[in-house]
Design a protein around this ligand. Structure first.
Ligand code: ASP
Ligand code: MG
Length: 405
């Protein structure tokens, strides 16, 4: 909802659904660039603002939207009530900036629904046992929506966004990107983690865990969206469903660490304690009792991660710590990979044919990721999209003979 005009249209759409007889809980995010603007303001005052105050600030964005949307609904004759995260009973842990929902006590929401009201809930926010306001991480309104859908056992959770579904890859990079009619929870989870910004990863985790029927669709059109569902309900045979890339990647390397038990535990324990997510970890050969390893973090976490690494030098002595930025992680994702050998090899060949060097690799049962320089990543994504037959649905790569596992 970028403007008041948009908000009126959204209100119309909600009213229409209400008149069809649905009981509705509507979770809204902040308007337009509100959250970004608030972050910019905070950063003007302080280059590393206290996380608690940041949450206090950012949650105002959603509070503005719920109140305005409820008013817009009243204006067209609908009974609506706006609720903050606290009023909606959304309790989280205390990790400011990326809190996790612990439980939801939806009493108030259910009461309001029983009164025939449309309930408008502020997304992205919660509160802790000790009464602090928290936020769930950027894009966290999706998570609020899915978690609430699970808590009130909703029949359906529709996520309205500015794209009309989940695409085989980023349409801005690949003109032939296609909208997927359906995708599995696991595939969506991978794509969301890999930076396909269409859904917040935690929202997908919740949906999977509580089996919430989830549809991603556009708030601007009436087009059918993408259904996110259990693998068993999917059409079989497609090996690679989507390609994602993440430009926010930094690599940190630590050289000359003692090759003794507990080193990795200490390094990654310290990073975790600081709330830094580590992605790909590679340990290379041991020489003279010393090991080298490197790992990736979000480029935005890199300064903090380096600080942590410098801070533990007395506990985990090393020769040198360095970092590299301007990296991109390109990933292919598909539940069908599990039973198809040769998928990774095909990916490596395709990247090599672009003359691009692969710096790190990681795989899971349904994903292969390669870290490369950012120079030619768009060419790589396009080439992979073609190689795996995603340019046209008919030629989708179905792989070699299924492997017995
Ligand atoms: N307003 C928050 C953000 O911009 C939450 C959301 O959009 O879902 O990250
Ligand atoms: Mg937002």
């Amino acid at each position: 909802m970028g403007t008041l005009e948009r908000m009126r249209l959204v209100a119309e759409r909600i009213a229409q659904a209400k008149r069809q007889g649905h009981r509705l809980v509507v979770v809204v995010s902040a308007m337009g660039d509100t959250t970004d603007d608030l972050i910019d303001k905070a950063k003007e005052l302080h280059d590393d603002p206290p996380a608690r105050e940041m949450d206090m600030l950012l949650t105002t964005g959603e509070q503005v939207s719920v109140a305005l949307l409820a008013m817009a609904l009243h204006r067209i004759g609908e009974d609506a009530v706006s609720l903050t995260g606290w009023q909606a009973g959304i309790r989280t842990d205390g990790t400011h900036g990326k809190a996790r929902i612990l439980d939801i006590a939806p009493r108030r929401i259910l009461d309001e629904l029983d009164k025939g009201r449309i309930v408008v809930v502020a997304g992205f926010q919660g509160w802790t046992e000790s009464g602090e306001i928290t936020t769930l991480g950027r894009g966290g309104s999706d998570t609020t929506a899915v978690a609430l859908a699970a808590a009130i056992k909703a029949d359906l959770c529709e996520i309205y966004t500015d794209v009309d579904g989940v695409y085989s890859t980023d349409p801005r990079v690949v003109r032939n990107a296609r909208k997927l009619p359906a995708i599995t929870y696991d595939e969506m989870l991978e794509l969301a983690h890999l930076g396909a910004a269409v859904l917040h990863p935690r929202a997908v985790e919740y949906a999977k865990q509580y089996n919430v029927r989830l549809v991603v669709r556009s708030s601007f059109t009436w087009n059918e969206g993408t259904l996110v569902q259990e693998a068993a309900e999917m059409e079989q045979g497609i090996v690679v469903r989507g390609i994602a890339y993440d430009k926010n990647v930094a690599r940190i390397s630590i050289a000359g660490v003692d090759d003794v038990p507990g080193v990795l535990a200490r390094v990654f324990g310290a990073l975790a304690a600081d709330g830094i997510d580590v992605d790909i970890i590679v340990q290379s050969g041991v020489k003279d009792g010393k090991a080298d390893f490197s790992f990736t973090v979000a480029a935005s976490d890199r300064p903090r991660a380096m600080k942590v690494i410098e801070g533990i030098r007395n506990v985990v002595p090393y020769r040198e710590a360095s970092y590299e930025e301007g990296l991109v992680k390109v990933s292919i994702v598909g539940a069908g990979m599990v039973s198809n050998p040769g998928v990774a090899a095909k990916m490596f060949e395709t990247i090599a044919a672009q003359g691009v060097n692969i710096k790190m690799v990681s795989t899971s049962e349904i994903k292969v990721s390669c870290v490369i320089d950012n120079e030619k990543y768009q060419d790589v994504v396009r080439a992979l999209h073609t190689a795996f037959g995603l340019d046209t649905a008919e030629t989708a790569y179905v792989g070699g003979p299924a492997e017995r596992r």
